[in-house]
Ligand binder design. Structure first.
Ligand code: PEP
Ligand code: MG
Length: 747
């Protein structure tokens, strides 16, 4: 870097700091800043455009353009060179602006007189705030050093914006973090709640972006990086048994922590007048911007690591820990970029709602939130930068919408919705102890799905008759190491105790696909959903399956025991799994342990192949449970995790319903009890159709038992079956329309 510019840049930052330190209103500050930059850069024009809303930029201060244009000139994102800078989030530097593609002449500013243009995005941690522009009459390209100096200034402006430096009288900006903001995300768990923001990781606040003592700042930066390096090395040695994936992350941390170029860039920023914190944040901002646009998943992950590392470094420098001492509000809604199930479990059930910027519907955190029936919205982009601890927030898990600092109208409408849901809950509570019996006397057994001890209290309150699916893998997923047999056995015993004699169908471990155990060597498979998963793992490497079967037998301790094997695709697999169970029983007998007084061994029907298994299979299994989530994805060849194709095929598609009906028929012919336990069982209209075609045992999430029962009690399932058949015979693709119309007439 040219020596002249180093000092220029530092001088400029020094003057900027003095300006910011003055006690003046926001607009006056901005006016002074543009003048100062134009002076220092020896350009005729310097302007600051800030976002009015996510699509509109407004000229908020200028030196050199006509003063009347301030707060008048507005541009859409992508419009003109200023809009292009904002949209591309990258520097636009040109010697001949009028000749540039996209140039837009704005007569009110008189800008046609200026030839060179340099636009710098003003952004903070990936959030676009505006554009800093310099222009000059002379036709010249701004040098890399000049661009660099402007980037540093833009960064300081962004930082000061965050601190509220430009609000107040005649304000260019309305205060940040005070406006109502709506976030549209993805549904993780239904339900509506009102509460206050509780940030999982409060932001580090940098209050001193500019320094006048580079030597001291350099030392602070180097000391902090050294502390960081030691802590990363420490993590690596302490966690000798981590999974390959965790090790990869830690190795990436170490690589960045030792990266010379990362260090050099931050040192250069400090030498140019930024504080150590601001230098770290400048790098972090860059990483965030690249992260948002990186197409390559691996690169995105690494940039993510760099982002995490920068946070650690900022915490070392500022001494601001995760725990800022902020008190948990009365009705806490947890806001986080992402969160692991372990951390979530630590917060416990006091959380009212959860909103994540990342995450996925199948994530373990989502599984925990679902088990607790806490509304969860994922993919709420940018909420961690916008929300402040204690902000009022409304989480609409039914729509995947979050209202932060909502205005009164939104709050009133939302409260009405909550009240309506509460009334519905009361209705469901009033029929809790009644059977799900239709008007013709057909009875449907409603059970619930579970997987955590925390689910069990819902058994008596939901009105479920038992647990139709206990996903045992959840216990494995939320731990950092393989649970021991004694632990599992104690847990299963507690589940049976809590069920107080009601039937619990324990499904043996279903890992693989999206359920990857952190402590097991990951398998790099091209298509894990159709790969080495569930019973396939259990039979090929039977150690864990045997341990689990033994734990179940011991937990039963003489009580009845129901187990089922997941993902059975052919008869042989069931026979082999059953043989393992028989061996486990024999072993327990030899050891003198009490055996269950009644044993039921079932199979999950999750692949179309099993529907065509020989009659002998149907006679041999004690029961079948249809895993509709998997069965549907394989029936339509549509990935259940892929939103794009998942919604394309309706569960009420006549082909799928006919297929299910054939399974029911075969089970009837062989006397095999059959149930359905996919997510569709918990959707009232779907549940009604499943029951109508003969599936008289459904297992669903606890919160669905009430709504499903309520609907079944209102209708005649025999009539519904006729409606389904009529729609099919009429050539409809889905019976949804016919059933909905019929339902509307039921009153
Ligand atoms: C299913 O596939 O429908 C099922 C119940 O199992 P899981 O959702 O756990 O794969
Ligand atoms: Mg399944």
């Amino acid at each position: 870097m040219a020596e002249r510019f180093e000092t220029e840049s530092r001088k400029l930052l020094g003057r900027l700091r003095d300006t910011l330190a003055e006690d003046s209103a926001g607009q006056a500050r901005l006016d002074r800043i543009v003048k100062l930059i134009a002076d220092s850069m020896r350009t005729e024009v310097c302007s600051i455009y800030l976002f009015r809303d996510s699509e509109t930029l407004e000229l908020c201060a200028t030196e050199g353009l006509q003063a009347e244009a301030v707060h008048q000139t507005r541009l859409r994102l992508g419009e003109g060179l200023v809009g292009r800078t904002a949209k591309s989030r990258s520097v636009v530097n040109t010697a001949n602006a009028p000749a540039e593609k996209g140039f837009r002449y704005m007569p009110e500013t008189g800008e046609e007189r200026f030839s060179s243009f340099c636009g710098i995005p003003i952004q903070r941690l990936g959030d676009a705030l505006g554009v800093l522009v310099v222009q000059s009459r002379a036709e010249r390209q701004f040098t890399p050093d000049e661009v660099y100096a402007l980037e540093v200034v833009a960064m300081v402006i962004a930082e000061m914006t965050e601190l509220g430096a430009f609000v107040g009288e005649g304000a260019a900006l309305s205060a940040l973090h005070q406006q109502p903001v709506m976030f549209r995300g993805t549904i993780g768990q239904e339900g509506a709640v009102e509460g206050q923001v509780f940030l999982h990781e409060p932001r580090v606040v940098v209050t001193n972006p500019i320094s006048d003592d580079p030597e001291t700042e350099l030392k602070r930066l180097r000391d902090a990086v050294e502390t960081l390096r030691v802590s990363v090395d420490d993590m690596l040695t302490r966690t000798a048994t981590v999974s390959a994936e965790q090790r990869q992350v830690l190795d990436a941390y170490r690589m960045f922590a030792n990266s010379r170029s990362w260090m050099r860039r931050m040192e250069a920023d400090v030498e140019n007048g930024l504080s150590a914190e601001a230098a770290v944040e400048k790098e972090q901002s860059l990483a965030r911007t690249r992260m948002n646009s990186a197409a390559d998943a691996y690169l995105r992950d690494r940039l993510h690591d760099l982002d995490d590392l920068s946070n650690r470094l900022l915490r070392i420098l500022t001494g601001q820990g995760r725990d800022t001492g902020a008190e948990m509000p009365d009705r806490p809604v947890l806001i986080a970029r992402n969160i692991g199930p372990g951390e979530l479990l630590e917060y416990g059930k006091k959380l009212r709602g959860i909103v994540l910027e990342e995450g996925s519907v199948g994530s373990h955190a989502a599984i925990v939130a679902r088990a607790w029936a806490i509304p969860l919205v994922i993919h709420a982009g940018g909420i961690t930068t916008e929300a402040l601890n204690g902000d009022p927030i409304l989480v609409d898990g039914d729509q995947g919408i979050v209202h932060l600092r909502p205005d009164d109208t939104v709050t009133t409408a939302f409260r009405d919705k909550i009240a309506m849901q509460a009334r519905a809950q009361e209705r469901y509570a009033s029929i809790r102890d009644l059977p799900a019996e239709d008007r013709a006397g057909n009875v449907v057994a409603l059970h619930m799905n579970a997987g955590l001890m925390a689910d069990l209290p819902s058994l008596p309150t939901s009105g479920a008759e038992g647990v139709g699916l206990f996903r045992t893998e959840l216990q494995f997923l939320i731990r950092n190491q393989m649970p021991k047999r004694a632990e599992l056995s104690a847990l299963y015993a507690r589940v049976m105790d809590a069920a107080e004699g009601r039937r619990v169908a324990f499904r043996t471990l279903d890992i693989g696909s999206d359920k990857v155990l952190p402590y097991m060597k990951p398998n790099d498979e091209p298509n894990p959903a159709m790969g080495w998963r569930a019973i396939r793992v259990g039979l090929d490497k039977p150690g864990v399956l045997r341990m689990q079967l033994q734990a179940l037998l011991r937990a039963a301790n003489g009580r009845p025991l129901t187990i089922m094997f997941p993902f059975i695709a052919q008869y042989d697999e069931f026979r082999a799994a059953r043989a393992e169970f028989d061996k486990a029983i024999a072993r327990e007998k030899i050891l003198g342990h009490p055996l269950p007084d009644k044993i039921e061994v079932g199979a999950m029907l999750e692949t179309p192949s099993l529907a065509f298994a020989p009659n002998a299979f149907f006679k041999e299994v004690d029961f079948l449970s249809i895993g509709g989530n998997d069965l549907k994805q394989f029936f339509f060849a549509a990935d259940r995790e892929n939103e794009r194709v998942r919604r394309r095929y309706d569960t009420l598609n006549v082909s799928f319903l006919s297929f299910l009906e054939q399974i029911v028929e075969r089970c009837r012919a062989t006397g095999t009890p059959v149930s359905f336990c996919g997510e569709d069982a918990g959707r009232p209209v779907e549940a009604l159709c499943l029951a109508a075609i003969g599936l008289r045992m459904l297992s669903m999430r606890p919160a669905s038992v009430g709504p499903v029962k309520h609907l079944i009690r209102r209708v005649n399932l025999d009539e519904a079956r006729e409606v389904i058949h009529a729609a099919r015979d009429a050539g409809e693709q889905s019976v949804r329309k016919a059933i909905t119309e019929w339902l509307a007439k039921q009153g």
